[in-house]
Design a protein. Structure first.
Lengths: 102, 1000
């Protein structure tokens, strides 16, 4: 069972959390086009590799936060609070590969 | 009386004490310290089971958890019967009742053995090829017959009466395996002050040291050294030692699953003790000291009772004081089997011959010959003879062409085999670590790890006692350091022992017979032969994973612990590839079978799932209510009087509400307290309805949509104060609505000052509905003017009810004049108990959820999840009036304007009346424009709710119908198996269309 580091509570087992889908998908205004609203509602990156996701410590502090997770290994690479900027996933992936090589 | 094959002395059994047990009803004796296998062998019994497919007689192959053959059923009573236990692990106690499996009528005469004669047709994929036609026979004949014939033991007949426990633990260093490497690792970790858990699946710690009586460590015998270490580990309050505990799974982030067997070895289990315990351990670092498993050799007739792994025979001799035969032969590709032969010879067992497939032999050839053992180098086993026990073997010289030439047949009553040692990398592999193939030792070894772990000893491909001890200690030290502990440097041990070298042979041995005709078993438990594997390859199965599934090799309960590498080598040879490029099949959890009991823990029976009961549950129960499950809630469904059917009860309840008064427990509704300076703005943005101007003391029926514009939940919201709302949700939606609110509060509008609190279980809620509702509640209410003028429809007031603080809503989900009173849940039952007699005295009734459904359907009120299904917009449901047209934005505003959601022809809520007025339609039934719709035409709608209405005196239904609002008055059809039912489309409100009854 994964250990996930809640930015407010620290490391807790995975069963205390709920995945809330991909992060950094901005809610458009009422003037959005049909295509923009479809992007917001339905279209997801479905990445193999690093993905930024929303998580909620639902059986703990109940707060939402964001995390970068590797969808193949399930490793959490970065955890940050809601509202903080999205990390550069390409740079993160490159730095991970560097670690693996060294 | 001493059993015939028990040695005169030696071993770790308590000879002074004798235990009586039985096998297949036959009374036998053994000693404390015996396993069932060792006790049977001491009594000269090798035949213990029948194989899966061919029902071939099988004996004990191993001395550990990797045993493929000796599966037995242990029965204490009808509820405590455990099949498929390995006799090599079962510890005997006085009165133990063991029986063999997969045989009828008896182990030595088994009718199923006829399968063996038909072996040529039971080849790979036999089922897929044979039971093909007629198609209908699969379900009715083939599958039941195969199921009856297949499988090993039988499930117990009664529920399991035992208790199973689950616990969580944390440690700095977890050591798996308490052989020499594991003990040294635990010692190192302990000396650093780390919190250590060390586990071993055996009844006692020591691992290979328990077998190797010749070992010397730092001047002590192996047993003595191990005993000293075990004592110091046991004395440390930071070390937890668990015997009889299997580490069955290595999960993410260093979580290890342990299965601890607590009472199975006891004659009389203590009443307080659980039978088994599941441990979920989170370790900072893990040392895998899981050792290595000896491989059998693959040759014709290698599965007869009496054929046994060489080190297992040595274990039975040295640890249990049991000779596995009186004249045994040895076939080997390793040095370790020589030591077994030498030990057995010294104990008085005649060694008929030692056959080594290696032309040069190994380091111990001379020692064996000096001991008087005949050694044949560069030789192979061509065949064996013996039905219920091996009686002879034919040996042959291996030629340059890879074939053997038979030159002698030798009588024996046992055959010890050793094909080499396979490091036990199961847990390492489960941890997602990469394996690498070591060409020198022909084994897979831990490569690049994925978690905080380290392998040591034979599990890491290290053999030789001194190296194993030193590596174990270093691993324990490294693990402690990685866990943040200070360590004191390396320690080295000085040890002497005969060392099992990892190298050996893989795949089938050379024989003089036609390899396509003989049966040389690879997977004993699933009866997979070398021939079967080759057949699968010829039939085109190239991937090792496909071959595994087609032949079922390695898929039995032992998961191929002794067979996988041989199968892989045979496949590689046949494909002309090297072993690493063929690849390994996946190592899956659990390492050894785990009982359902520990996985379920206490979660069974009443404890299987939490049950939610309302505050007044006991009162409803006392009134004879019938309950229905709504989520985890128990809700009163209806309150039948003596002799009443459900239909009669519901009609009576509905009529009471319409004519006098009804009392309903609505406590299961979700409730959320929304508080803060921005509470109104928050509500305004979430609901489709406007909320900014809702006056304090007033309520509103609100619709929630998600950003997709579809109805998500609904409920009445009361404004308690300028900065405080009492929100209600549907019963099933309570948790997801709060989650939805929290999501927008925390991530979309973090600037809003608003706080959310679930109050679902804090308020008990009762609806008092009907013309006499005000009369009923009046005596209980204080501090609230409940007159029509002071408290209009859709208003909320605070005061007391029966003397307790209350929020009183004037609202209705029945269409009648009525109230809903909320009181603190602790007073809920008292309030119900006060209201109920008053309602009865007034000629009313308590009503349940069924009557509630009928009442609301008569009024055309929707239920989210019944009239809606996640694709219904507020407009579809006839709720366009609840959308605040002037609002700049709300959740779902843009979504519900999407082209498809505003296109003509959408399904809209309508009423349906059957033409005959009595037929009650099936909920979910399809609606068509004609009685017999053309093929490939589509349904134009479906029935969402349907009841017999006592109020309007006919059957009524709600439905979603394409363009429904424009179809009122149309005649349509609901096709059913017995013919179409004619219906007329109506307005969804069947009763009191003007809503006058709400005014009281």
């Amino acid at each position: 069972m994964l250990l996930i580091r809640c930015p407010y509570c620290g490391e807790r087992p995975e069963i205390e959390f709920r995945n809330m889908g991909e992060a950094h998908i901005l809610r458009p205004g009422t003037d959005a086009s049909d295509d923009e609203i479809a992007d917001f509602l339905y279209r997801r990156s479905n990445t193999k590799g690093l993905i930024a996701e929303r998580w909620r410590h639902v059986h703990g502090c109940s707060r939402f936060f964001n995390a970068v997770r590797h969808t193949v290994t399930d490793k959490f690479v970065s955890i940050y609070k809601t509202g903080e900027p999205k990390p550069d996933l390409t740079a993160l992936a490159a730095s991970l590969n560097g670690v693996a090589r060294s | 009386m001493t059993a015939p094959f028990r040695t005169a002395s030696g071993g770790r059994i308590k000879r002074a004490e004798t235990l009586s047990f039985s096998f297949d009803g036959r009374p036998l004796e053994g000693h404390p310290g015996d396993t069932l296998a060792s006790a049977l062998l001491a009594n000269g019994i090798h035949l213990v089971g029948r194989s899966f497919k061919y029902h071939r007689p099988r004996g004990i192959l191993t001395a550990g958890s990797e045993e493929p053959n000796a599966l037995v059923t242990i029965a204490r009573d009808a509820g405590r019967t455990t099949p498929n236990l390995r006799a090599t692990e079962v510890e005997i106690y006085s009165g133990l009742k063991a029986s063999s499996q997969n045989r009828w009528p008896s182990l030595s005469f088994d009718v199923g053995g006829i399968n063996d004669l038909f072996a040529p047709i039971f080849a790979s994929g036999f089922y897929y090829k044979t039971f093909m036609w007629p198609k209908s026979f699969w379900r009715s004949v083939y599958e039941p017959q195969i199921r009856a014939a297949a499988g090993f033991g039988m499930a117990p007949e009664k529920p399991d009466p035992d208790r199973y426990q689950q616990r969580y633990a944390h440690c700095d260093v977890m050591v798996v395996g308490a052989g020499p490497a594991g003990l040294a690792a635990a010692l190192a970790a302990m000396e650093s002050g780390a919190r250590v858990i060390i586990v071993d699946e055996g009844a006692e710690f020591g691992g290979s040291l328990l077998t190797d009586t010749s070992a010397r460590i730092d001047g002590k015998t192996g047993w003595h050294w191990a005993a000293d270490i075990i004592m110091s580990l046991g004395l440390s309050d930071k070390v937890t030692c668990l015997t009889r505990t299997s580490a069955f799974g290595y999960y993410a982030d260093n979580m290890i699953g342990l299965s601890e067997r607590i009472t199975d070895h006891l004659e009389v289990p203590p009443a307080h003790a659980p039978r088994e315990r599941l441990w979920q351990v989170r370790a900072k670092h893990v040392v895998l000291a899981t050792g290595a498993l000896e491989r059998p050799l693959v040759f014709p007739g290698n599965d007869r009772p009496g054929v046994m792994l060489a080190e297992a025979a040595r274990t039975y001799l040295n640890r249990y004081g049991v000779k596995v035969g009186s004249r045994v032969a040895v076939a080997t590709a390793t040095d370790s089997a020589y030591q077994a032969a030498i030990d057995l010879k010294a104990a008085g067992v005649e060694i008929a011959v030692l056959v080594d497939v290696r032309p040069e032999g190994g380091a111990l050839v001379e020692l064996a010959r000096e001991a008087g053992i005949r050694v044949e180098l560069g030789a192979s086993v061509c065949d064996t003879v013996g039905r219920l026990r091996i009686s002879s073997l034919a040996i042959g010289r291996i030629g340059a062409d890879g074939r053997a030439t038979r030159f002698e047949t030798i009588a024996c009553d046992g055959l010890l085999v050793s094909g080499g040692w396979t490091p036990t990398v199961h847990l390492y592999s489960q941890s997602r670590g990469k394996l690498r193939f070591d060409a020198a030792s022909q084994t897979f070894l831990p490569g690049v790890g994925a978690q905080a772990q380290i392998s040591a000893g034979a599990a890491n491909g290290t053999f030789g006692l001194e190296s194993v001890l030193n590596e174990g200690y270093a691993a324990g030290e490294a693990a402690a350091r990685a866990a943040g502990k200070k360590t004191f440097g390396a320690k080295t041990f000085s040890a002497e022992a005969t060392d099992a070298a990892p190298a050996g042979t893989l795949g089938a041995l050379p024989t003089d017979r036609d390899p396509s005709r003989v049966r040389a078993f690879v997977d004993f438990q699933h009866d997979v032969t070398a021939k079967d594997l080759k057949l699968a390859l010829r039939e085109g199965f190239r991937s090792i994973e496909h071959m595994k599934r087609y032949t079922t090799t390695g898929m039995a309960t032992d998961q191929g612990k002794t067979s996988n590498l041989n199968a892989l080598a045979i496949a590689a040879k046949e494909l002309g590839k090297d072993i690493p490029s063929v690849g390994l099949t996946t190592f899956r959890m659990p390492y050894t079978p785990v009982s359902f009991g520990i996985l379920a823990g206490v979660a069974r029976g009443d404890m299987f799932e939490p049950v939610r009961q309302t505050a007044a549950h006991a009162s409803a129960l006392a009134l004879g209510a019938v309950f229905e499950d709504v989520g985890a809630w128990k809700r009163a469904w209806y309150f039948p009087k003596a002799g009443e059917t459900m239909h009669q009860a519901v009609n009576r309840e509905v009529t009471a509400v319409r004519q006098t008064v009804g009392l309903f427990d609505a406590s299961t509704l979700g409730k959320i307290e929304v508080v803060g300076p921005d509470a109104a703005e928050f509500m305004h943005r979430l609901y489709t309805n406007p909320f900014l101007k809702l006056e304090v003391g007033r309520c509103r029926y609100g619709i929630l949509t998600k950003d997709d514009g579809f109805v998500f939940d609904d409920g009445v919201v009361g404004r308690i104060a300028a900065d405080r709302f009492h929100v209600t949700t549907t019963t099933g939606g309570a948790a997801r609505v709060l989650s939805h609110f929290e999501d927008y509060r925390q991530t979309e509008w973090p600037d809003l000052k608003v706080w959310l609190t679930s109050t679902s279980e804090q308020w008990a809620t009762f609806a008092i509905q009907g013309p006499k509702a005000r009369d009923i509640i009046a005596p209980f209410v204080e501090g609230i003017d409940i007159s029509a003028a002071a408290m209009p429809h859709m208003s909320v007031r605070g005061g007391t009810f029966l003397g307790v603080p209350a929020r009183l809503f004037r609202m209705s989900f029945t269409g009648e004049f009525g109230f809903e009173v909320n009181v603190p849940a602790d007073y809920g039952r008292a309030v119900w108990d006060a209201l109920y007699p008053a309602v009865i005295a007034a000629g009313g009734a308590a009503y349940g959820t069924e009557a509630m459904h009928v009442l609301r359907a008569e009024k055309g009120y929707i239920i989210v999840g019944q009239e809606t299904d996640g694709t219904v917009t507020p407009d579809d449901a006839g709720l366009a009036w609840a959308i605040g047209k002037a609002k700049a934005d709300f959740v779902g505003k843009r979504g519900m304007l999407r082209a498809d959601l505003v296109a003509p022809g959408r399904k809209q809520l309508v009423g349906l009346e059957t033409v005959d007025g009595t037929t009650v339609l099936e909920e979910g039934a399809q609606i068509t424009p004609v009685a017999v719709p053309a093929k490939r035409s589509h349904a134009i709608g479906h029935v969402t709710s349907s009841y017999q209405s006592p109020t309007v005196g006919r059957s009524i239904a709600l439905a979603l119908l394409e363009n429904g609002r424009a179809r009122h008055g149309e005649r349509l059809y609901v096709p059913m198996p017995n013919g179409a039912i004619a219906v007329v489309v109506t307005d969804p409100v069947f009763y009191d269309k003007e809503g006058k009854r709400l005014d009281g």
